[in-house]
Design a protein around this ligand. Sequence first.
Ligand code: TMP
Ligand code: ASP
Length: 252
Amino acid sequence: MARRAKIYEGKAKILYEGPEPGTVVQYFKDDATAFNAEKKEVIEGKGVLNNRLSEFFMSGLNNIGVPTHFIKRLNMREQLVRNCEIIPLEVVVRNYAAGSISKRLGIEEGTQLPRPVVEYYYKDDSLGDPIVSEEHIAAFNWASSQDMDDILGLALRVNDFLSGVMFSVGIKLVDFKIEIGRFFEGEYQRLLIADEISPDSCRLWDIKSGEKLDKDVFRRDLGSLTDAYTEVANRLGLLPKTNSQIKPTLVR
Ligand code: TMP
Ligand code: ASP
């Protein structure tokens, strides 16, 4: 079969031309990077886990009426998504202080914030994705004020959905990052959740023990990243039961 044309290669994913106009194939690599790719490793199986986890979160969002780019999973590493133009912003929602907000504002990690805090970062690796204000976003025309109203609404709906889903399996959603895409339906522009939602782009802490189940395990050298992501996928019921978990009477 002819190899599909590559559209773009990022740090964790590759985009290929899709089978129909308006579609793209999103391939999940095993590469893990942190600190703007200063730290790099190949972690076998990470791509497979993130493909499955992102499918789960995105299709859940589609089902409750939060539009996403996700169409269907194709195989272990690829999913079919809607082609869209990515708004050059990383939208971060925080429920508890951790990572850069703790550093920047001197808030102890784990402190619950009085309300969800939404931040915007300009997506530019050469600048290290700097934090920006809505003033910058308007002045440089990265998104309109109508877009920003819609983006805030989408980000808070994703936060409520993800927080609830994770809480139901004993995990605290500390914070997460999403990217927003735009596409045109006739003359109407629509926004949707694009990229991925996975433990690469969220902070997830076990509610009881506080154990980290996200990319901080890699960023901070805390143990096995695949064990952490497998734990999240298992709790959400996304992995087939191993033989040892199958009742002997069912094994013929
Ligand atoms: P931060 O505390 O480093 O600003 O990260 C906030 C959230 O955004 C956290 O869940 C990790 C996620 N994130 C990304 O997905 N990509 C990035 O490049 C960065 C810096 C953070
Ligand atoms: N994704 C970013 C990088 O590679 C940063 C991060 O997730 O910490 O480098």
